[in-house]
Design a binder for this molecule. Structure first.
Ligand code: ADP
Ligand code: MG
Length: 219
């Protein structure tokens, strides 16, 4: 489902370089990415999600060479095939809960925002214990509730791959477990591949595999 080959990437400034010779993740596999701060974990996720494009090598996700797609196609690819839980959630305060979940549908014409999509968004919200939150303002939500909304958004378009960047980072222990359970359970029912950047070493045994990162490369 994911094949990163001979990839090199450098930001325009700052001198950080990422090198990934060969990384493969199977369909349905659940992988934890761990490593010190600044080792390139988020950069790897951005490359997989087509937010960044490698200088060299290929990033294949769901049979698509993501880095070679033109900007517009990359955005459509991201909305239709990838579910992304950002570290800071990246929810929009001026939209209500339901519209935040349905954001992928607004980012590309490749997805149709119809009754089925809205029903699915409501069902997801209910499944995370937030039934009735549809029209709530984002600002009125707790951290844990925002987190669950971010997870719903990542899952709403039934992605092939879910990328989650420290999704449990600032949650209390109970919410951490709940958030991971939710990601595991939902990706399993979608037969989706799951990559989670995490510092929660207590939960690593729940993953199929751990990929350690060090200084811009898999260790
Ligand atoms: P991690 O997620 O493992 O903490 P990141 O992938 O976020 O690491 O960052 C790796 C390195 O790249 C860090 O040194 C960081 O400062 C640098 N970096 C991240 N984003 C940018 C950017 N937009 N421009 C320049 N350097 C960046
Ligand atoms: Mg990071």
């Amino acid at each position: 489902m994911i094949h990163v080959e001979q990839v090199e990437f450098a930001y325009a400034r700052g001198g950080f370089q990422l090198r990934v010779p060969d990384l493969r993740v199977a369909r349905g596999e659940r992988v934890a990415v761990v490593g010190p701060s600044g080792s390139g974990k988020s950069t790897l996720l951005r490359l997989l999600g087509g937010i960044l494009v490698p200088a060299r090598g290929t990033v294949r996700v769901a049979d698509t060479a993501v880095g070679s797609l033109p900007e517009r196609a990359r955005r459509a690819f991201r909305a239709t095939r990838i579910g992304y839980v950002f570290q800071e959630f990246e929810l929009l305060d001026y939209l209500d809960v339901l519209d935040n979940i349905l954001l992928p549908y607004r980012l590309t014409g490749a997805l149709r925002l119809d009754t089925a999509a809205r029903d699915n968004a409501r069902a997801l919200l209910a499944s995370v214990g937030l039934a009735g939150f549809e029209s709530r303002a984002l600002a009125s939500l707790s951290h844990g509730e925002r987190q669950r909304v971010a997870v719903c958004r990542a899952l709403v378009a039934s992605p092939a791959v879910v990328l989650a960047d420290e999704p449990t980072g600032s949650l209390d222990p109970d919410s951490k477990v709940a958030a991971l359970e939710l990601l595991f359970e939902r990706t399993r029912s979608l037969d989706a591949t799951l990559l989670v950047v995490t510092h929660d070493h207590a939960h690593l045994d729940r993953f199929d595999r751990v990929v350690p990162f060090r200084a811009g490369a898999p260790a």
